[in-house]
Design a protein around this ligand. Structure first.
Ligand SMILES: [Zn+2]
Ligand SMILES: [Zn+2]
Length: 150
C-alpha cells in the first residue's frame, strides 16, 4: 500500500475531521449485522488504524456502547458514524472508508463476516473471506514483523 501521509477525512457535515500519521494496519469490508444497522448500508467498509496515530478535531464525536465490548461514535450534527473500537483490540480504531479522503487508494483486502453477507450482494475481488470475524488477521497485522518471521 503506497499512500501519502497523513491520511485525512471528515464526517458528512464537516464538523468533525480526523487525520492519521500512519497508514492503516488493515482495510476490510464487514458484512456483519451490527455494521449493517450502524451504517444503514448493506455492508460496511473500514480502515483499522493504530489508535495513537489518529487525531480528531474538535473531538471524536458522541460515544455510545451498542453492546458489551464495543464503543462507537457519531457526529452529533450530521449523524455520520465516526469510529468504532473493540475492547479486545484496545490499540486499534476503525474508521469507515467513506469518511476517508484517500479511500480510492485503500482497497479492502478482507471480507469479514462473509457468512452474513446479503445473498444478492456480489463483490468480485480476490480479497480474503472470513465466515466470521477477521480478528486473527487484524491481530497479526498489528505485528507484521512476526508475520514475516513465520
Ligand atoms: Zn458531521
Ligand atoms: Zn461488522
Amino acid at each position: 500500500m503506497v499512500i501519502e501521509l497523513p491520511i485525512t477525512g471528515r464526517c458528512y457535515c464537516g464538523k468533525v475531521a480526523f487525520s492519521s500519521s500512519d497508514e492503516p494496519q488493515a482495510v476490510a469490508y464487514c458484512h456483519c449485522d451490527d455494521c449493517k444497522r450502524s451504517t444503514g448500508a448493506p455492508l460496511a467498509a473500514f480502515a483499522a488504524f493504530e489508535v495513537s496515530a489518529v487525531t480528531f478535531s474538535p473531538d471524536g464525536g458522541k460515544a455510545f456502547r451498542p453492546r458489551d465490548g464495543v464503543t462507537r461514535t457519531f457526529c452529533e450534527t450530521c449523524g455520520s458514524s465516526l469510529w468504532a473500537r473493540y475492547d479486545y483490540l484496545p490499540d486499534q480504531i476503525y474508521i469507515p472508508l467513506g469518511l476517508i479522503d484517500q479511500a480510492a487508494d485503500l482497497q479492502p483486502e478482507v471480507h469479514a463476516y462473509d457468512s452474513q453477507r446479503l445473498p444478492w450482494l456480489h463483490i468480485q475481488d480476490s480479497a480474503q473471506r472470513f465466515a466470521k470475524s477477521s480478528q486473527s488477521l487484524l491481530r497479526s497485522s498489528r505485528n507484521p514483523s512476526t508475520e514475516t518471521v513465520q
